[in-house]
Design a protein around this ligand. Structure first.
Ligand SMILES: Nc1ccn([C@@H]2O[C@H](COP(=O)(O)OP(=O)(O)OP(=O)(O)O)[C@@H](O)[C@H]2O)c(=O)n1
Ligand SMILES: C[C@](O)(CO)[C@H](O)COP(=O)(O)O
Length: 409
């Protein structure tokens, strides 16, 4: 990912499909958040342990469609935001960028538009301040723009009675609220028409739909979502924290990881497998105790949390891990995850090898490892019908998957 704008001629932007994205999402996060009154600019203020920007990026990168994502932030926070966006984007980081914003929301959107690649045909503009917007809303807006070639804006009915007042706060009239919608973001537009509308805009508008309509284009409303409320005041922030505390861990807060490990049989070693000592069974070679189950779990957990792998974290050159048993790695890994704000949800491992016969000690191993990680660990075992190194009895392989969840407090 580049910390600079890719620019309108960024023809090298490529998706995992191998094609440059035709959808662009501009996330405006350059506001100061005066009404929130936090110590940091609003998008960088904490919302239940993570920044408002990170939470809004979870939604953006949860979209089904591939998109180029441009995040617009205060100029002095481009580097910090780049790290957050890289982490949130994962494999999509190739077409994500961070650019400095302007003194108004409209200027910030304009800077975001200038950073979109030439392949982009549909643009969504989203407030980072609407941090809990469901990903499905983004896909719905894209679909709406693709089907109608007009502006598409999510909106909800107004529930309060609305009064028009004069300068003395005297009520002039009661507005028919049936005709009103409170509009949210992301707001979506055909890219060429939005570019042209921005080029000719001669005043500030409070949203992109107003600017687009001022240029003579049609804007239609689709159903918005109560979760898309804008965090503007301290009360809004408390409301968002309440939503997160009340909800089960949302899918966007879960991360999966995978780990594989293989050790060759070594008749001069004791066997340690799944944290257990197996007297009388053929041992495995290794710098530590050669326990592929514990090592595969370690890799799965570290990868789920984006913390590297067993080699980069514990290192075979480190004498502290000479002959170390699996519980040492697992305990240290669980601590690292907790420090990084993750809890282990569950782990599943498969042992592949001819020996030992695993099933008699499955429960014992599962209880031991579940206790170390304070989360369910399930273990299955299989052979390979004589095929490959495991089938030839040369060693044991273990493959683990892990799910971890971000903690909100
Ligand atoms: N110069 C600006 C102003 C606003 N925004 C973004 O536009 C969205 C909507 O603005 P608002 O929530 O009103 O944010 P602030 O302008 O930061 O808040 P305030 O008016 O309270 O200062 C926010 O995601 C904000 O970061 C922006 O990118 N650049
Ligand atoms: C774009 C917007 O969020 C749509 O409701 C809103 O207009 C932003 O307004 P603000 O003036 O930045 O609060």
């Amino acid at each position: 990912m580049s910390s600079n704008a890719m620019g309108p001629n960024a023809s090298s932007a490529r998706g995992t499909t191998g094609r440059a994205p035709i959808v662009g999402v501009i996330v405006v996060a350059a506001g100061s958040g005066t009404r929130l009154g936090a110590a940091r600019p609003k998008a960088f203020a904490a919302l239940a342990g993570r920044t408002i920007l990170e939470r809004s990026l979870d939604s953006v990168f949860g979209m089904q469609r591939e998109a180029q994502v441009v995040v617009v932030v205060p100029a002095d926070l481009v580097d910090e935001a780049t790290a957050l966006v890289t982490d949130a984007a994962g494999a999509a980081a190739e077409y994500a960028s961070v650019v400095p914003g302007g003194s108004t929301r409209q200027q910030s959107v304009a800077f975001g538009l200038a950073a979109l690649g030439t392949s982009v045909r549909i643009v969504l503009v989203h407030d980072a301040a609407r941090a809990l917007t469901p990903s499905a809303v983004f896909d719905d807006v894209v679909t709406g723009v693709a089907q109608t070639a007009s502006g598409i804006v999510p909106g909800v009915a107004v529930t309060d009675t609305i009064k028009r007042v004069d300068e003395d706060e005297s009520v002039v009239e009661t507005v028919d609220r049936a005709e009103l919608r409170a509009v949210q973001t992301p707001q979506g537009f055909p890219r060429a028409a939005l570019d042209a509308a921005y080029a000719e805009a001669d005043r500030e508008h409070t949203d992109d739909a107003a600017l687009f309509a001022a240029a003579g284009h049609t804007v239609s409303i689709i159903d918005g979502d109560a979760l898309s409320f804008k965090i503007t005041t301290p009360w809004d922030l408390r409301r968002a924290e309440g939503v997160l505390a009340d909800s089960a861990v949302p899918a966007s807060g879960l991360r999966t990881g995978i780990g594989t490990d293989v050790h060759a049989f070594d008749d001069s070693s004791e066997l340690w497998l799944a944290g257990l000592h197996w007297p009388g069974e053929r041992g495995l070679a290794g710098h530590s105790d050669g326990d592929p189950v514990c090592h595969a779990i370690t890799d799965a957990l570290l990868s789920a949390a984006g913390l590297g792998d067993i080699g980069s974290v514990f290192g075979t050159a480190d004498p502290r891990f000479d002959g170390a048993h699996g519980d040492v790695f697992l305990t240290a890994t669980a601590e690292k995850l907790a420090e990084a704000g993750f809890a282990v949800t569950n782990v599943s491992v498969q042992v592949i090898g001819n020996s030992p016969r695993f099933s008699p000690r499955r429960t014992e191993a599962e209880e031991l490892l579940s206790g170390i990680l304070s989360a369910p660990v399930s273990i299955s075992a299989t052979t390979t019908d004589g095929l490959g190194f495991a089938g030839r009895g040369e060693g044991i392989c273990a493959i683990a998957t892990a799910i971890v969840s971000r903690q909100y407090s």
